[in-house]
Design a binder for this molecule. Sequence first.
Ligand code: NAP
Length: 298
Amino acid sequence: MTSRIGFVGLGIMGRGMVKNLVEKNHPVTVWNRTPEKAESLKKDLNITIAPSIKSLAETSDVVLLCVSDTPDVEDVLFGETGLANGLRSGTTVVDLSTISPAASRAFGKTLAEKNIAFLDAPVSGGSEGAAKGTLSIMVGGPEEAFDRVKPILEAMGTRITHMGPSGSGQTTKLMNQILVVVNMLAVSEALLLGRAADVDLLKAVRAVEAGAGGSWMLSQRAPQAIDGYWQPGFTIDLQQKDLRLVLESARELGLPLLATSLVHQLYNKLQKDGKGGLGNHALVQALEDLSGLKVHKA
Ligand code: NAP
């Protein structure tokens, strides 16, 4: 039997995800806090708009949500008119947002008392991945629930991995965020050294990207920094939310994460300078300020 899907959160990511679900013939009912976003999506897609989160819950077998931060997920789940008031026993909630692993475990425990399965399923691949249906999705929570919703996740992503118990999807996503930002710090330092020595930076990027120093951030974001193009794939403000989650987890686990802390401080400076809306590759601008050099030749 086809599952009736409810989807909460039509932001940059949610819109692309819903488009892919509909294109793969899943029946989708949506709700968004700002109703105009749902109405504008309905002009292009065959979707139903629910009048409230509770009514969306009452008519769904599986509810997916993609909102901003931990308190927002808590609101959508347990707020006065939240999902928990409408979901029936035996249904499944899949949280695609990036939030705290510890909070995800607590949410899963509370919902399990009502026989509702909860999966933490954060994604990586950016707005491009959401639009193309090529996301990587890292899932924590009960295996039977994962098996039930896997075909739905496959409509939105190409690498779907069940990581283990509740919270482990979020922890995997935080590992990904450490890799992204510490890598961007290395890319920034390499670009500055090249600029100081007057090397052709783009030529240098292409010369090394296929070797041991290669990475997605180097190939995709270094050329943008060299061009002085700072539009966000992922904003510094959202990146800082994720680094806060990384550092909170590290504190809970008694772990020193020196490089991640350093990047968090450098992004703090950029936010203070009013640059929180730039792409996360603008990290290089913090090092430019320290060195007095510019990677982009004006
Ligand atoms: P976004 O464009 O800012 O959209 C956020 C969505 O959440 C909007 O629909 C917003 O509703 C809704 N929302 C926020 N707080 C809410 C609340 N308290 N109650 C109900 N709805 C609420 O963000 P996004 O880029 O789609 O990111 C969503 C999640 O995916 C985040 O956890 C982010 O870290 C993660 N993510 C993003 C990317 C990326 O490249 N953008 C990549 C991977 C993962 P309104 O429309 O009313 O504001």
